[in-house]
Design a protein around this ligand. Sequence first.
Ligand SMILES: [Fe+2]
Length: 438
Amino acid sequence: MSGASAAAIALYEQALAELQCYSGDPLATIDEALAESPDFVMAHCLRAYVFVLSTEAQAAPEVQASFDAAASLPSNARERRHLVALRQFLQGSWDGAIGALEDVLIDYPRDALAVQALHLADFFVGDARNLRDHVARVLPEWSPDDSGYHALLGMYAFGLEECGDYRRAEEAGRRAIALNPCDAWAQHAVAHVMEMQGRAQEGIDWMTGRQGFWATNSFFAVHNWWHLALFHLELEQVDRVLALYDGPLRGERSQVVLDLVDASALLWRLYLRGIDTGDRWNELAAAWEPLATDGFYAFNDAHAMMAFVADGRDRAADALLAAQQQAISSSTGNARMTWEVGYPLCSALRAFGRGDYSTCLSLLRPIRSRLNRFGGSHAQRDVFDLTLLEAARRDGHYALLRGLANERIELKPSSPLSRRYRQDAARWAAQTAGIAAI
Ligand SMILES: [Fe+2]
């Protein structure tokens, strides 16, 4: 690694380990490394990746500053490939950055930072196959004795889960945890398996039983709390859901966009069920407003739109849609995401909020199966399936409701919500048959 003293390399390794477990403060650690060795190219790169992968427009100047610092220094071939990836990120090209990170790993499969950055980039573009296979490509080049091996297994677990290979995903996730109990991503991958299989009580036990490992000193804790809340919601324990929202999920009023996404995603599930959430939307929408009118990342836009719709903030909703229209005309990866799914989805959410369920259905149905194109996990995007179901019910489109409820029951036979939707549809079918008989 160019420009680094032994002490700075030790700090870099520490920052990387923190990133791999989503614990501590990797930015503070890497800043210490840079204080020790200001010409440390990979330390500048790590810092830039942390900001890039926050998916926040406001982070762009920090990315630029770290990139400029690294680019002005003497570097080796591997480091220069990282600079290519970061330049692509700065230009808003997810595909370009992913290709460049792939290039790093083709020649340097043991570059742990490249694996980490690539996995998150694959997540933010919703590429399930590469979430699995980019990790698989390098996994045999590592040994279980390597200090970061648990992180590879945790990432592989998540990739397998997103590809629907739940048995192997759980196995890999549990192996990762056995190697490093503090691996919050592996913890999360197993939670995803349980979420997808409707194993809600097991999910609660999995999360609460290991809470000491993932909930303390972790910058990923809010998302893991969100997963715990989803398990409680599945069991219709609404009081528990609200207690988690008011406590660890939203109690600290985080302004981190990834945390706001989880808060919106949870409240919107309650909103769809017609559950009164008091003034919680108001606080959340106010937090979103200064952050969400830049059309920077369509997945975040959708979650901001939920808050604006539910809180009746028409002006903010208009501004968001206008920003998206603006974004579509750019040449970034987000332009395509916004064009393909982000804009119609935000328009659908807006229509839902106005009670125009038929417009909501007509906007949402055609894009539902390709919502992965704007990133996130299956569990996160499920909120849009739930929106479609509820729009069908409120629109009186019971034949569609029956089909959608059937889909869910096939995947999660024990889900009370799915059964209720099917009962609604069945009641309608019985009434229709009765009318026909008369
Ligand atoms: Fe998740």
